[in-house]
Ligand binder design. Structure first.
Ligand SMILES: Nc1ncnc2c1ncn2[C@@H]1O[C@H](COP(=O)(O)OP(=O)(O)O)[C@@H](O)[C@H]1O
Ligand SMILES: [Mg+2]
Length: 172
């Protein structure tokens, strides 16, 4: 069964995208998992840059959100084996991120793990990712604004009854 993980933070600039890129490559290359990384950050599509996708690409999350079901040829595959669905580079994207859950449904069974690189903030886009995931990995830096937003993210996840590693930590 496919496990869907969201990397969330609330505040931006805390290391989410860096973690998604490295976690994805490690799970794929070292642990031999079939991993798909999805960049949800339409206005700052940085995940692709970590994998050298600097130019306009034929297939992005925009196409997926418009209902195009990805085939094996749609993904950008890194030498580590990790598959990437980048966000578009264009600034005028009108993408509807509320379709994340459907998007995940289309990917289910074709991979072991889906990891969403989430947008900062706690707006509708983030809530839609929270709805689509099984588990969350919350990233923060050791400063009060980042920790505050991480805690606010946890409150949202707890309301949605999503597993997050803060809960595991509190219980241990
Ligand atoms: N573990 C780390 N130690 C120091 N700097 C880091 C670390 N992880 C990420 N960074 C740096 O922090 C900045 C923000 O990282 P990024 O992954 O883009 O954050 P986010 O996706 O949360 O906005 C980048 O300049 C990145 O190189
Ligand atoms: Mg980022």
């Amino acid at each position: 069964m496919t496990k869907v993980i969201g990397v969330l933070s609330g505040k931006g600039g805390v290391g989410k995208t860096t973690i998604v890129a490295n976690l994805g490559a490690a799970l794929s290359y070292i642990f031999k998992k079939k991993v798909v990384l999805i960049d949800c950050n339409v206005t700052a599509s940085h995940l692709r840059l970590h994998f050298g996708l600097y130019d306009k690409t034929a297939f992005t999350i925009e196409e997926v959100s418009e209902g195009v079901v990805p085939t094996n040829h749609s993904f950008h595959v890194h030498p580590s084996g990790v598959k990437i669905i980048p966000a578009p580079l264009a600034l005028n994207s009108k993408m509807d991120l509320k379709k994340n859950a459907e998007l995940v449904k289309n990917l289910a069974n074709s991979c072991d793990i889906v990891i969403f690189d989430c947008t900062p903030g706690l707006g509708r886009e983030v809530i839609s990712v929270c709805n689509a995931i099984d588990e969350a990995l919350i990233v923060t830096t050791p400063d009060i604004p980042s920790v505050t937003d991480a805690l606010r993210t946890i409150i949202i996840l707890e309301k949605l009854e999503k597993k997050n590693y803060w809960n595991n930590f509190k219980q241990s």
